[in-house]
Design a protein around this ligand. Sequence first.
Ligand SMILES: NC(=O)c1ccc[n+]([C@@H]2O[C@H](COP(=O)([O-])OP(=O)(O)OC[C@H]3O[C@@H](n4cnc5c(N)ncnc54)[C@H](O)[C@@H]3O)[C@@H](O)[C@H]2O)c1
Length: 358
Amino acid sequence: MSYSNQPSPNDVGVAVVGAGYWGPNLIRNFLASDTTWLWSVCDLNMDRARQVLGRHTSVEVTNDLQAILDDPRIQAVAIATPAGTHFGIAKACLEAGKHVLVEKPLALSSIEAERLVNVAAERNLTLMCDHTYCYTPAVRRIRHEATQGTLGRLQYIDSVRINLGIVQPDADVFWDLLPHDLSILDSILPAGIQPTAVSAIGVDPIGAGRSCVGYVSMTLPGEGIAHVHVSWLSPVKIRTTIIGGSHRYIVWDDVNPAQRLSIFERGVDVSTFQTPDDQRQMMVQYRSGDMLAPALVESEALADVVREFADCIRTGRRPLTDGTSGVRILKILEAVDASVAARGQLVPLEQQSIGALR
Ligand SMILES: NC(=O)c1ccc[n+]([C@@H]2O[C@H](COP(=O)([O-])OP(=O)(O)OC[C@H]3O[C@@H](n4cnc5c(N)ncnc54)[C@H](O)[C@@H]3O)[C@@H](O)[C@H]2O)c1
């Protein structure tokens, strides 16, 4: 590969808005990518943006979004500002003809997110959400197993995402952490399968004014269930997801780089039969087979997010985590809010037409 300190005509010209905690990761990956050229970073705090870029850079810094919108070199904008600003900034960018990558959550409501999807569709622009986990090697492998049918029928998903987390000023633990699990679920469920109802309990044992510990259960079609435990109040960091299928089980332990994934050829089969005296009997058989720990090539998921964004802009292909997946996730988050307010009551989810949305 030859390196040039000039943009090539094929490079997607990019700006990043927001250089706080997460923005620098996007900036680093856009700078490292051989398909994008970072022209500008916009942050209300220009000193912060300058500090992130360092002294030896030609990337411009501004605190004026309009300068980004007016710049014809910039074809695409990545937004890493607080969630409450996503809708306004994304809409302005789309209306100015820019492709948009938005941090999770896409917006603060599914209505806002649907408006962004419509504006992008009307203008033939790429709208993508940075649901980073969907691009990790582990989730790619889980998606492969799920979509190739090697897992069998999905029986359950059980996820724990807990640590001593930052109590967010503008979000509860559900809106902070749950989008990760919901986006993973959305990306591995076969097309046409979506959660049908949600029950959630959230508690605030430290008086933070918002849920800090939460438990979410989602029913899936065909007797399946997904359960997620999120918490900012755990002394240990646990990032474990178990995916149960009728043929195989997968255990994903994201804090164990030596063995993130374990695929178990194990399971339980139940069959029923009639005895001669007309009694219905049940036979339970336990299958015990090998455990496979696949070799995953370690790569930075955000580099793949950037690659996917640039590729979709150039080809017009829909991103894996497009705006409509952001809408589906927001609809579940809204149902979680409604269920928490009703102390865990089961809230049905509107079934979206997958064909129309995927
Ligand atoms: N994908 C992930 O895994 C991941 C991880 C962490 C955070 N995030 C998301 O990234 C987003 C940003 O989170 P953060 O923790 O970096 O927040 P942050 O508060 O650390 O940084 C936000 C930055 O945006 C700037 N800003 C605010 N409003 C602005 C505006 N109107 N125009 C320009 N700049 C503005 C602020 O000055 C600040 O520097 C959130 O949506 C969050 O959910 C995603």
